[in-house]
Structure formats: C-alpha cells, structure tokens
Design a binder for this molecule. Structure first.
Ligand code: SF4
Length: 442
C-alpha cells in the first residue's frame, strides 16, 4: 500500500479540499495516510497565497521536499491550492521536480493525473491543470464524513474583488453548487454520526444556486432544509460578507435555534476611508447596525472578525477608528494581520506608505485589545453550562475536547471510555483563553 503525506496551509476551504483529496485518493489509489514525509510515496502540498507569509511558508516547504526528492527520485510531488494558480508555470520553472500542479477548482483531476505520472516511469513530466472549471469539481468529489462536525462547500470563488484580495484571481469567479447536490451530501452525512454542518464559501451569504437547474435557491433555503434534519444539531456558515448579510439572513437567528451562537463577520477596518479604498462596499456604521440587530435577536451571540492593519494610506486617525469599533463590538476570538501586497490586486499598485515598525506597533495594539475582549468573554463563560459537541481526545488521552454553541473549544478531563457525541458541561476555568470544563451528569 502506498503512503500519502498531505500538508495544508491556509483557510477552512483548503482544509475541506485536503479532506476531499484524501478521500478521492483513498478510493481510487487505496493510499494510506502518513505524517512522515520520509516514508511517503506521494507528497501533496495544499497552498495558500492570501498573504506573503503563507506564500513563503509554501516555498520553504517545497524546498524541504526538494531534499527528499534528491534522495528518493520516485517520490511524487503534487502542489495545489491558491499559490499553484498564482504562480502556475513559474512554480514549475523554480521547482522542476514537481510532478503535478492543479488549482483548487481542479483537485478532482488529481487521481487521473496521478495515474499519468505513475505510467510515466521516468517520472520527469509535469502535469498541470489550472483551469477554473464550472461546477465540475462539486460533481466529482466523493462523500465522506470527517468527524462530528463537517464542512460542506456550497459555493466557491468570489466576485467582489476587494482591492487587497487575491482570492478572485486564484479561486475564480463565484460558482454555486446545485441545491440537490448539497442536500444529498448533508442527508447522507446526517445518517452517520455528523451533528454539525458548516456551510462553506468565500461569500456564503451570496449563495445563488438552483434546484434541478430550474428554481432559485439561496442560503436561507439551505438552512431551513438542514433545520428539518433531526440528527443535525448545529448549523454554521462561513465566510460572511457584511454587505451580503441581509436582514433575512440575520432574522434566521431568531427562527432557527440550530444556528450557532457565533458569527464570523470580517470587518477589516473601522475607518470608512479605508473600507472605501478596500472596496468593501459597506460603512463602519452599516456593520455596527447589523450586529446590533443580530444581538437584539440573539442576546448572547458572539462575533468574531478579521482585521487588516496598515493598509496603504491608513493614518493614525483611521487606526483609531478600528480601535473604536473593537471597543464597540467587543469581538470574540478574532484574526488580525499586517497588510500584505498581493500580486495583480488593485491595492498592490498603491504605495505601501506605512513603515513596517509602525504597522507592527499597530498590530500589537489591535491584538492586545482583541485578546482582552476574548478574555472577558472567556471569564463570562465560567460557571455557565453548555451543550457541547464531542470533537476528539487530546494526544496524551488525558482530555477530551468539545465545542460550545459559540464556537469555543473546551477541555475536559477524560475519565470515561463511553463518550457521547453531545456532552453537557460547565466551564470551570479559563487560562490564556483556554477553557476547561467538567462534564455534567445528563
Ligand atoms: S469578499 Fe473580498 S476579501 Fe472576501 S474573498 Fe471576496 S474579494 Fe476576497
């Protein structure tokens, strides 16, 4: 049996793709997963190019794999993900030892390309497929559950072209998966042990699919249908765009109890000038208004976000607006990054006029503040009880990990062999935002 090593960089969409790649290859090539590159026959790197750092990580991994290929000439190296599309043939010129390069939209072609590499005994040819296929990818991917919580891709790509973002260039324009195709996958998963469905898309609120290629279907319809499936206890959707988060979707939080008690809604900046330069399509006050409506409907809902610091032309005043919005919304576990120039994007043509020292200082302030509000929420959770979903055991078997309705991971001492999929717990401790809980008798 051949052994496969897969490394994933980047977002949940990449995680989802990696899982699907493994499932496909398991069926077509009966491969066994290994976490050791030295005893693998096939190495796959699922790359990300959203920021310079992620790109550098991918390059450094490929360089490590070059050493492995020098020792083992028969090893097959496959590169996929956004960097594969961004760099394309350049990637091959830089690293001629790569065997297959495919974009995120053509991962379903990996088994066929792998056969061609295997038949190519000299192992010299490169097989490359970077097309933006239509809905083909969705049709070819086999079904399989990951664990109790499963990602389901409902759309891919993005039409918004925020000025800093490379995604529309690497994942292409939005494609929407057929409604019946999505529901079939969810229904099959619900008959297994799946309890949580996480609907995935770059701009999931914009889902605009069809039923039998005739009737229109939107995100609300998918959520209503999942809500009717008895075994599915939780529904989450990521990533939302503030402009596409309609009042209709917000109102779902009052009607559908299964919707998670956390919404990830990237604000990126608190300054209207910067939001405009980013071409985000909303103002800071629109964002706050939507959150206010949501919090009226779901008092305890937590909001997480993404923030970019040091976008070109961001003044100290603009930065203070971002600080203010953090104080106002009191975000839970959020992500913040230094602005990173991405190839071909509109913002890359702008002068990056803030020095690195200043950018890092601003990032530090933002992260300290985000951390402070996360800590406050952690402390508020102590002594409260939650219905959590079992995720798995810790490596040393000492703890089990569960997930609350508001998306927090809780560690509980593992003192039983009989573990249920849903566990009622009480939070007892919070240290550096790591929450510990105890199991309550159900
Ligand atoms: S909405 Fe903007 S940031 Fe998000 S994927 Fe699309 S272009 Fe990128």
């Amino acid at each position: 049996m051949k052994r496969l090593f897969i490394k994933t960089l980047g977002c949940q969409m990449n995680e989802y793709d990696t899982f699907k790649i493994y499932n496909m290859l398991n069926i077509t090539h009966n491969l066994q997963l290994t976490n050791n590159t030295n005893n693998a026959n096939i190495l796959i790197l699922n790359t990300c190019s959203i920021r310079n750092k992620s790109q550098e990580k991918a390059f450094s991994e490929i360089l490590k794999w070059k050493q492995i290929k020098n020792i083992n000439k028969n090893i097959i190296i496959i590169i996929t993900g956004c960097l594969a599309v961004q760099e394309g043939n350049i990637l091959h010129k830089k690293f001629p030892f790569i065997n297959i390069i495919v974009g995120p939209q053509t991962i379903h072609k990996i088994p066929e390309l792998l056969n061609r590499v295997i038949l190519d005994y000299n192992n010299k040819n490169l097989f490359i497929d970077l097309l933006f296929s239509k809905k083909e990818k969705f049709n070819y991917i086999p079904l399989q559950e990951k664990n109790i919580s499963n990602y389901i891709s409902i759309s891919e790509g993005c039409n918004r072209y925020c000025t800093y973002c490379i995604v529309p260039y690497t994942r292409g324009k939005e494609i929407h998966r057929e409604f019946n195709n999505i529901m079939t996958e969810i229904l099959i998963l619900s008959k297994r042990k799946i309890k949580e469905i996480i609907l995935l898309g770059q701009n999931v609120n914009n889902y605009n699919g069809t039923i039998n290629n005739i009737y229109k279907a939107n995100l609300s319809l998918i959520i209503y249908y999942i809500n009717e499936i008895k075994h599915i206890k939780r529904i989450k959707f990521i990533t939302s765009h503030p402009s596409s988060l309609s009042n209709k979707i917000i109102q779902l939080f009052s009607k559908i109890n299964k919707l998670n008690n956390n919404l990830h809604l990237p604000i990126q900046s608190g300054s209207n000038k910067i939001l405009n330069l980013m071409k985000r399509g909303y103002k800071e006050e629109d964002y706050k208004k939507k959150i206010l409506t949501l919090k009226k409907i779901r008092k305890n809902i937590t909001i997480s976000t993404d923030i970019i610091v040091g976008f070109p032309e961001e003044t100290h005043q603009d930065f203070l607006h971002t600080i203010n919005v953090i104080h106002n919304i009191k975000f839970d576990k959020s992500y913040s990054f230094l602005y990173s120039k991405r190839l071909n994007t509109t913002a890359s043509k702008k002068k990056d006029n803030i020095n690195l020292f200043e950018k890092k200082e601003r990032l530090n302030i933002i992260q300290t503040l985000l951390n402070k509000y996360t800590s406050i929420i952690s402390k508020q959770m102590i002594k409260n009880t939650y219905n959590t979903l079992y995720l798995g055991k810790s490596k040393n078997n000492k703890y089990i990990e569960t997930k609350t309705e508001n998306n927090r991971i809780i560690k509980i001492i593992n003192n039983t062999n009989k573990i249920k999929n849903t566990i009622k717990i009480m939070i007892i401790k919070s240290k550096n935002n790591l929450l510990k809980g105890k199991k309550l008798i159900q």
